[in-house]
Design a protein around this ligand. Structure first.
Ligand SMILES: Cc1cc2nc3c(=O)[nH]c(=O)nc-3n(C[C@H](O)[C@H](O)[C@H](O)COP(=O)(O)OP(=O)(O)OC[C@H]3O[C@@H](n4cnc5c(N)ncnc54)[C@H](O)[C@@H]3O)c2cc1C
Length: 456
């Protein structure tokens, strides 16, 4: 697909050390954290907006597909170049450009890793709240691409709530700036929201202006144990309705707690469902809120509630939660992390539906996730080489998406449609609605060169 002449032009733009056609590199860049794969013809690592713009101008002229990539931790195939072409990998654009504590804003390049940003902000008493479980590797650009969700979504929402402005290179190479340096603006269509979660199909982000939050004075994490899906669902809903203002509510079912405890070398109490609640705020507010939360959870059916105040103990619990996917992925040769969300009063019903569908299709499914956002990750452990089992997995997935839509939910809360959920978008939207999405894509990318074949 790509001639030697084009490779030479790319080398002229970014330097030969930032271009690769080595079969080993191409192989590595054929994967993300899903089970899909697609191989690029060439990888480029730009370092400036100007280079990104020149690459896009070249690609536009030559009609070469270009797929943006951050750390490649996507779970839906987003950074995989379905049509080959250029993998434009943003991991060398890692500068933190402008911190303005008085405005609670920071401007960064897209390759900055989430945890690195928070390490940088910590001495200033600030933090960027959107910390996905992959925060040690995920880039800010990739998080904007997917509208990633954090472990603290109940209070802080998702990436879209924290992006104030973007510098975007369009498919034709033009550079635009969208958004505003204010916390609110309604000047024209909201192009920031259009770009956030666009999965690399509308533009390439080269600068991102983020809103920040002050680090809370004190934090506690309550672990609550439930022995039924219904009680766990009530424990999620009632905690939110109680007004104790949890910042995060994260759920793990028994199989996940077992695997994660083993993987992370931790001893956690076993229960059908373990739910972690983060309570953060002023020192004096914590104790009364924790007391009220404990009472609410017991009334909802929790069999026990433990509270961790010390940083070390809290870190231990988050370590277990963050270990969920790596731990499950060791159980069998293939691991598929799904991502579905329902309104918060339907979490219990979703947990029940997942258990009954797993049984019906005879597949191994272990569920965890951001329950306070109604967002769960039913994770299938299986073996891609077993055709019979993969048919059952496919049947489970199809039934699961139907059940989620019936519960007024969405086929993806944060991982994106990418490749793996594309066939199911029509369960959630009618053709007229999908056609509006198509027409936006056509208007911005008339030659369909940016991450073609994704979402719609
Ligand atoms: C163990 C594990 C835990 C996870 N936990 C969470 C979680 O808690 N919450 C969550 O939301 N996700 C989670 N994920 C999924 C994933 O980490 C996130 O989607 C993350 O935001 C992807 O970042 P990345 O840098 O890896 O981007 P990539 O995977 O490389 O790319 C993601 C998408 O963004 C596009 N993109 C990348 N950079 C740019 C750019 N500069 N401009 C335009 N488009 C771009 C790509 O084309 C692609 O479509 C997890 C994944 C793993 C493996």
């Amino acid at each position: 697909l790509i001639s030697d002449a084009v490779v030479r032009k790319l080398e002229d733009i970014v330097g030969s050390e930032n271009v690769s056609t080595s079969p080993t590199d191409l192989h590595v860049y054929s994967y993300d954290a899903s089970i899909a794969h697609a191989t690029p013809d060439v990888i480029v690592w730009p370092q400036t907006t100007e280079q990104v713009s020149q690459i896009m101008k070249l690609a536009y002229e030559e009609e070469i597909p270009v797929t943006p990539r951050g750390a490649g931790s996507c779970l839906s195939g987003g950074p995989l170049p379905l049509k080959g072409g250029i993998s434009i990998t943003m991991t060398k654009m890692t500068r933190i450009l402008d911190l303005n504590p008085n405005r609670l804003q920071v401007s960064v390049e897209p390759g900055v890793v989430v945890d690195r940003l928070n390490e940088y902000l910590q001495p200033h008493g600030l933090f960027y709240p959107i910390n996905p479980a992959s925060s040690s590797i995920a880039t800010i650009g990739g998080c904007v691409g997917e509208d990633a969700g954090p472990l603290r979504g109940v209070k802080y929402g998702t990436t879209k709530n924290w992006v104030l402005g973007l510098e975007v290179v369009l498919p034709n190479g033009k550079v635009i700036h969208v958004g505003s340096k204010t916390f609110k603006h309604v000047a024209g269509y909201d192009l920031v929201r259009l770009m956030v979660g666009s999965e690399g199909t509308l533009g390439i982000f080269t600068k991102i202006n983020l809103r920040l939050a002050p680090i809370p004075e004190a934090v506690a994490v309550a672990s609550a144990f439930f022995d039924s899906a219904d009680a766990a669902g009530k424990g999620v809903r009632d905690a939110i309705l109680s007004g104790v203002d949890p910042s995060g509510i994260e759920l793990m079912e028994r199989a996940v707690v077992e695997a994660a405890s083993k993987h992370a070398g931790l001893k956690l109490p076993q229960a059908e469902f373990l739910i972690l609640y983060e309570i953060a705020g002023s020192k004096e507010s914590i104790e009364p809120r924790v007391r009220k939360l404990t009472k609410v959870l017991k009334e909802a059916g929790a069999t026990a509630v433990d509270v961790a105040y010390e940083a070390e103990e809290r870190a231990r619990l988050w370590k277990a939660r963050k270990a969920a996917f790596p731990a499950l992925s060791r159980l069998r040769p293939t691991c598929i992390m799904e991502d579905v969300a329902v309104p918060i009063d339907n979490v219990g019903k979703l947990l029940e539906a997942l258990r009954s569908l797993a049984k019906k299709h005879d597949v191994m499914v272990a569920t965890f996730g951001h329950a306070g956002d109604g967002d769960l990750h039913p994770t299938i452990t299986t073996d891609e080489r077993d055709e019979e089992e993969m048919k059952r997995v496919a049947a489970f997935r199809a039934d699961m998406y139907k059940a989620v839509v019936d519960l007024e939910g969405t086929i993806t809360g944060e991982h994106g449609v990418g490749i793996t959920k594309k066939p199911y978008l029509k369960l959630q939207f009618r053709e007229d609605e999908i056609e509006v999405m198509r027409s936006i894509k056509r208007a911005i990318d008339p030659k369909n060169i940016l991450n073609p074949g994704k979402i719609i």
